[in-house]
Design a protein around this ligand. Structure first.
Ligand code: OOG
Ligand code: NI
Length: 488
């Protein structure tokens, strides 16, 4: 007992007990801090690689400031729920991996930064030969510190009919090493020691960043690149390069319609329709828009060893607005209404029917309640509950439940932010960036079990996570309100 206590105290000072003797080691950096540093480093790198990203970041930050100034109650609620600071830091990126081994190592690397796989997304139904998960922090405190997420897809060569091409692609992927030796060594060290000290954490961030960097020299010849490209542009993107370059980095805006409208002023052309739900007073889930992938110069290795010039489109810009996380009931309603509007108008790739689509979408969503109380009362969304000033002043032994406490003005509620992604939207983003009109048909073949075997772990269920945060907030209110000696 004494030894355990001593150990705990020493740990705080960065020391460990080894056979009864204290050895001084540097204290570990928290995974949240490593993630925060990594997200900032990624942002700096992408800003240099894709200047339009910097322009978009400025536009988003201007509009967020305007939105907060014009809506003091939004400002107050974000501030009171400790959500204000994270918004300007908030972004997600996306990568596409080629092999199971790459996916499994990526999982271990993200774990060092406190990011875990949440959700399974099957994109095959939308003509994109990948399936995906989102690596992100879980738990309220970690999300508040920095909610950096990476939408991570794994290529499905099994969906490619041409067996010769598939074998060629597999051979190229089997040879590449997308992680630096130091990144792997530091990951192993973190796993062994339960964390990294400051020096190692700094090195870890810069080593891992290498995996996400753009390489303008392809690791295949022009001929193979074009054959891969003809099978599917995405296959060429994954197989032809040394690493899974980050393909976009998305800031969070508080008003996506305004950003969409003002993008052209800054020389950026957005895609025609915003993905996800329509404009609403009470934002739900996730709305996203993007600008087209850039055509970038690359070179291919010729048979004589010389580099031949060519081009490749991969990297684009995206922005998003996040709303409330929906319960399974709310999500089912969302999916049904989205399907209904798409049955009336399917957004065309060239944007020609954008206005019709927006109209159909708005019409379909009229049946989705648009005030927080109705969304709560109908069990459509997740909320975080907290005591009001009156609730804090109440002196325990109060009976009732959350509904009566709200009615009595003791408890208030704020929407819990949706931290995940939407498969139909993701498919729309993928598609608008594939650039051509070639439509690919794959039989729907979700295979979560196979994905999890490749990942080396199960993916977390997003609904459990939101329900847990909601329940914890209810329990905290109940503890204070029902306690006999609750007065602080
Ligand atoms: C990922 C597209 C999905 C989103 O925000 O839904 C995505 C990709 O193009 O690799 O990032
Ligand atoms: Ni995205």
């Amino acid at each position: 007992m004494r030894q355990a206590l001593e150990q705990a105290l020493l740990c705080e000072k960065g020391m460990n007990l080894f056979q009864g003797r204290a050895i001084v080691t540097a204290p570990h950096v928290s995974p949240d801090d490593i993630r925060h540093a990594f997200s900032a480093a990624m942002s700096d790198m992408y800003r240099t690689e894709v200047p339009a990203y910097g322009t978009l970041m400025e536009l988003v930050s201007d509009i967020n400031a305007e939105t907060l100034a014009a809506d003091p109650s939004l400002h107050e609620r974000l501030d009171e729920t400790d959500s204000l600071a994270r918004i300007s830091e908030e972004r997600h990126g996306a990568i596409r991996l080629g092999t199971a081994a790459e996916l499994a190592t990526m999982r271990r690397i993200f774990a060092v930064m406190g990011m875990y796989p949440v959700g399974y997304y099957d994109l095959s139904t939308a003509g994109v030969p990948v399936h995906s998960t989102a690596f992100r922090p879980v738990g309220e405190a970690a999300l508040k510190r920095n909610p950096f997420r990476v939408f991570t897809s794994l290529l499905r060569l099994d969906l490619i009919a041409d067996e010769t091409l598939r074998a060629e692609a597999e051979a190229v992927l089997a040879k590449r090493q997308i992680f630096t030796d130091s990144a792997v060594a530091l990951t192993e060290k973190a796993e062994r020691d339960g964390g990294l000290a400051q020096d190692d954490a700094d090195r870890f961030v810069s080593e891992v960043l290498e995996t996400f960097r753009w390489h303008d020299r392809a690791n295949v010849g022009a001929d193979l690149y074009h054959r891969l490209h003809d099978a599917h542009r995405l296959i060429a993107d994954v197989v032809s390069f040394k690493g899974p370059h980050i393909n976009h980095l998305t800031p969070r805006t508080l008003d996506i319609d305004l950003v969409q409208a003002r993008m052209p002023e800054r020389g950026i052309v957005p895609k025609a329709v915003v993905e996800g739900p329509p404009t609403r007073k009470c934002p739900i889930l996730l709305r996203q828009t993007s600008f087209k992938a850039l055509e970038e110069p690359v070179s291919f290795l010729g048979a004589d060893g010389s580099w031949q010039p060519g081009s490749h489109t991969a990297r684009f810009g995206e922005i998003e607005q996040r709303g409330i996380a929906l319960t399974p009931k709310g999500r089912a309603l969302y999916d049904m209404l989205l399907d209904a509007s798409r049955a009336i108008v399917r957004p065309a790739a060239d944007g020609s029917n954008a206005a019709d689509y927006e109209l159909a979408l708005a019409k379909a969503f009229e049946t989705f309640p648009d005030d927080w109380e109705a969304i709560r009362a109908e069990g459509l969304g997740y909320f975080s509950y907290s005591l009001t000033a009156k609730g804090r002043a109440a002196h325990g032994e109060i009976s009732g439940d959350i509904d009566t406490w709200i009615a009595d003005g003791l408890v208030q509620f704020d929407p819990i932010v949706y931290e995940d992604f939407l498969p139909v939207s993701a498919a729309g983003i993928f598609q608008s960036n594939l650039g051509d009109n070639a439509q690919h048909e794959f039989a729907a073949s979700p295979n979560q079990r196979h994905f999890e075997a490749d990942l080396g772990a199960g993916v977390l269920n997003e609904f459990d996570h939101y329900a847990g945060i909601e329940q914890a907030s209810i329990d905290a209110c109940r503890r204070v309100l029902t306690m006999a000696d609750a007065a602080e």
